[in-house]
Design a protein around this ligand. Sequence first.
Ligand code: BEZ
Ligand code: FE
Length: 281
Amino acid sequence: MKELDPQNITGVVIDQMSSTPDPRLREVVDSLIRHLHDFVREVKLTPEELSDGLRFLTNVGQTCTDTRQEFVLLSEVMGIETLVYTIADRLGEEHGTPTSILGPFYVSNVPNLNLGASIVGERTPELVFYGQVTDAHQRPLSNASVEIWQTDEDGLYDVQRPEFSESDLRGRFYTNDKGMYYFKSILPLGYSIPMDGPVGKLVSAQRRHGMRPAHVHYIVNAPGFKSLTTAIYLEDDPYLNSDTVFGVTQSLVAAVKEDDRCSPMPGLPTLRFDFQLRSDT
Ligand code: BEZ
Ligand code: FE
């Protein structure tokens, strides 16, 4: 038995865990322990700070419900989710549209709509969203499904409204034989992440604003290609460079065009975004 000290404890812990049969589990947990131990040594974490941290994590867990995932939010405000996506997006040879945060407001049972339909219900549509879905070699993908959801003029998703009863500002479209999708909608508004839980309190303690820039979420699927979950962010949004969950990257920023001669539905401003899918192999 050796005398434990701040340096040798790490090796002792990793030695005991060397019985782990699953090689990937062993690799991940070994590395996690090394980094956590280094972190504790670097900041000289005190016993009181350890208790505070564990209380914080307990509180994060206790804030989770069927419809609220505070741990996911924690990984988002720390940039972990986006870091994982940027690594996964670069694994293959092919270039594709970057992944962006799914968020908690995705609903899978949305109406299938015809190309060109409006998703704004009784409101007057303000602009046309359109673009082409292609493979990594710019070949159009027909019959790709394009699911979209966005906030309204108040920065709320339909499910957040007290009077919510039916799908609004959501839809699923299928691309035509040229790989094109298009629909009519309104401009989304940016909004705050939930600030009333432990993660929001951390964000406030860091004097961060808690906002997300205006965006439209997309999930694009085509047989033989990796599913793409992403979002398009509106140029000129004041929070574009300080998204609280780090979902924005330059190639996902798009600008509204007032007079777009390529528009599939002339008469309204447009927001064009083309998606490139990576093959499944
Ligand atoms: C969203 O984009 O829908 C979202 C992402 C993180 C936290 C809250 C909302
Ligand atoms: Fe969102």
